[in-house]
Write a protein that binds this ligand. Structure first.
Ligand code: 5GP
Length: 202
């Protein structure tokens, strides 16, 4: 059996990577989702073990000391990390696994696991990104300025990614991500073992 595909979605806040992540999973429900650990407090709708594993700073530090993470990052003053064991278990069982993480985490994964497929979700323009962040209603003028400044820095790291998808329309962007995943699964080298097995048979 082939190992599953490791798919990373990144993008600045307001680009819509969360929406695209959820829409991709609706179209391809066979893909497993990597559930991160975070030290931030749960939001109203968030469920332990579904959206995140919520930990204290002490618990998180202990997980780092025990080498439990595939990657870690600090985003807007909170810690986030991907637990290693469940991801490798899913990949080994042939399941594809999708991650929604920041640029720093994506780079760490690509370094350790060059076979990962990394996709950057871009806003169609800075003006649109600003409009979306304002429409969310979660930003103060200061935090809006910080997020836009961070977005500019993050966007300049586009060369670290295998693919760029512009999210003007979420359904179109989702179709593009689905197409990337399907094409990646057809790559010659990912299917070589299967073909060799076929050729061995009389
Ligand atoms: P939020 O707190 O809004 O759920 O996520 C904030 C940011 O942290 C988002 O950009 C999200 O992609 C990123 N993030 C969530 N989980 C992880 C993780 O396990 N590792 C890394 N590197 N970033 C994460």
């Amino acid at each position: 059996m082939n190992d599953g595909l490791l798919i990373v979605l990144s993008g600045p806040s307001g680009a819509g990577k969360g929406t695209i992540h959820d829409k991709v999973l609706q179209i391809m429900p066979e893909i497993k989702k990597s559930i991160s650990v975070t030290t931030r407090k749960p939001r109203k709708h968030e469920i332990e073990g579904v959206h995140y594993y919520f930990k204290t700073e002490e618990e998180y530090s202990q997980m780092i000391a025990d080498g439990e993470f595939l990657e870690t990052a600090s985003v807007y003053c909170h810690n986030y990390g991907t637990p290693k064991a469940p991801v490798f278990e899913m990949l080994k069982n042939g399941s594809d696994v999708i991650f929604e993480i920041d640029n720093f985490g994506s780079r760490q994964i690509k370094k350790k696991y060059p076979d990962a497929v990394t996709i950057y979700i871009m806003p169609p323009s800075f003006e649109e990104l600003e409009r979306r962040l304002i429409a969310r209603g979660t930003e103060t003028p200061d935090s809006l300025k910080t997020r836009l400044g961070n977005a500019r820095r993050e966007l300049s790291e586009y060369k670290d990614f295998d693919y760029i998808v512009f999210n003007d329309d979420a359904d179109v962007a989702t179709e593009q991500v689905v197409a990337i995943i399907r094409a990646e699964k057809c790559r010659m080298y990912r299917n070589e073992q299967t073909v060799k097995g076929m050729l061995k048979r009389k």
